[in-house]
Structures are given as C-alpha cells and as structure tokens.
Design a protein around this ligand. Sequence first.
Ligand code: SAM
Length: 194
Amino acid sequence: MGKIMASVYDTVMYPLEKLFLTQKRRTLLKHASGYVLDIGSGTGVNFPFFNPETTDVYAIEPDKAMREKAKQKPVPDYIHIEAAGAESIPVPDHTFDTVVSTLVFCSIDQPDQAFNELKRVLKPGGKLYFIEHIRAASPFVQTIQDKLTPMWKQLADGCHLNRPTDKLIDQHFTVIQKTYYFKKIITVIVAEYG
Ligand SMILES: C[S@@+](CC[C@H](N)C(=O)[O-])C[C@H]1O[C@@H](n2cnc3c(N)ncnc32)[C@H](O)[C@@H]1O
C-alpha cells in the first residue's frame, strides 16, 4: 500500500468502521478459534476482536508500511505478524483451524492461487470468515464499478471494485452463511473447507 496509504488507512476507514465494519468484525471474529490465519492484516484492525483465551493468531501482510503501522499499536503476544502474501504462505500444510479475510480479496493479484493456498494451509473442516466488498448485483452499479476500477486500482493499491469474490468463495469452499449489505456491495461470509 505504501507509506501514505498506511498512514491514512485507519482515518479514511473511520466512518465505515463506525457505520458498519467494527460491529461486523466484533460479531464475526468472536467465532474465530484455535490457530487463526489473518490474511492481509494491514494496520491490525482485526486484532482487538480476537479472543485471547481461544486463539493464537498468525497475521500475514505483504506491505512493509502496513506491518509497521500495525506494530505501532500494542500487539498482544498471541498475535504474530509475518511478511507474506496469501498466494504463498510460509507454513506447512494443514496448519490453521481458521482463516480470516477482511477487505483483502479485492486486492490480491491472483485470487484463485490464494484460495488454493488457503486450502493447503487449513486443516480439513477449518472455518473461514470473510468481510469483502464485491461486484454488485445491479447491472447499473456493475457498470459504475467497471468504469471506476482502472482508476481506483491506481489509487488503492490494486483494489478491484468489481471483483465477484463471493462467487469465487462459492467455487472453493462450502458456504455456511452468507449475508449481503448495501445493495449487495458488501458481503459477510462464513465458510468451511472440506
Ligand atoms: C483494504 S486493506 C484491508 C486491511 C484489513 N484486513 C482490514 O480489514 O482493514 C487490504 C490489505 O491487503 C493487503 N494485501 C494486498 N495484496 C495481498 C496479498 N496478495 N496477500 C495478502 N494481503 C494482501 C494489503 O497490503 C492491505 O494491507
């Protein structure tokens, strides 16, 4: 994301956090348990919502400035931050009980490779918790997303406004629960592997 984005990320996201995201993170992430992989952990916004009694967290974040920003906050000792992307995670097969991905799949260069890598590192029966913005259901909004995405990718470090991440999740995992918000532009998904 670079230094500028890392330095303004929490401030820019503040209204959306207050409106929606913080409550969704709290509700969703209390279910994360065991050894948890938090991909694209950014500035560490998910960290306060993991239960210290029931989780150890391995957070991966490829962007140095984002990792440094996260480490400026108090990071509890059950959370470890590693420099890595979701397409290649430096752990053995079947390591994690749970995967968390919040607002990340829009930015991943090769989403199918990342989903396959999540299958490799998850234990069979492992759970996945997603909050993602996605390609809208409305053709009108889709057209706007398609037009804005080339410019938005430059501004927001490769973020695709028009990526159908919900459909990709359907292809890779068993969806247990899926809820759409804001005219189906944001989805919260609980899924299982295997
Ligand atoms: C919009 S931020 C989301 C940060 C945080 N998860 C949240 O909920 O606010 C997207 C993050 O994904 C990271 N990212 C980009 N490409 C990635 C990849 N291939 N694997 C993992 N994370 C990636 C970015 O560096 C950035 O920190």
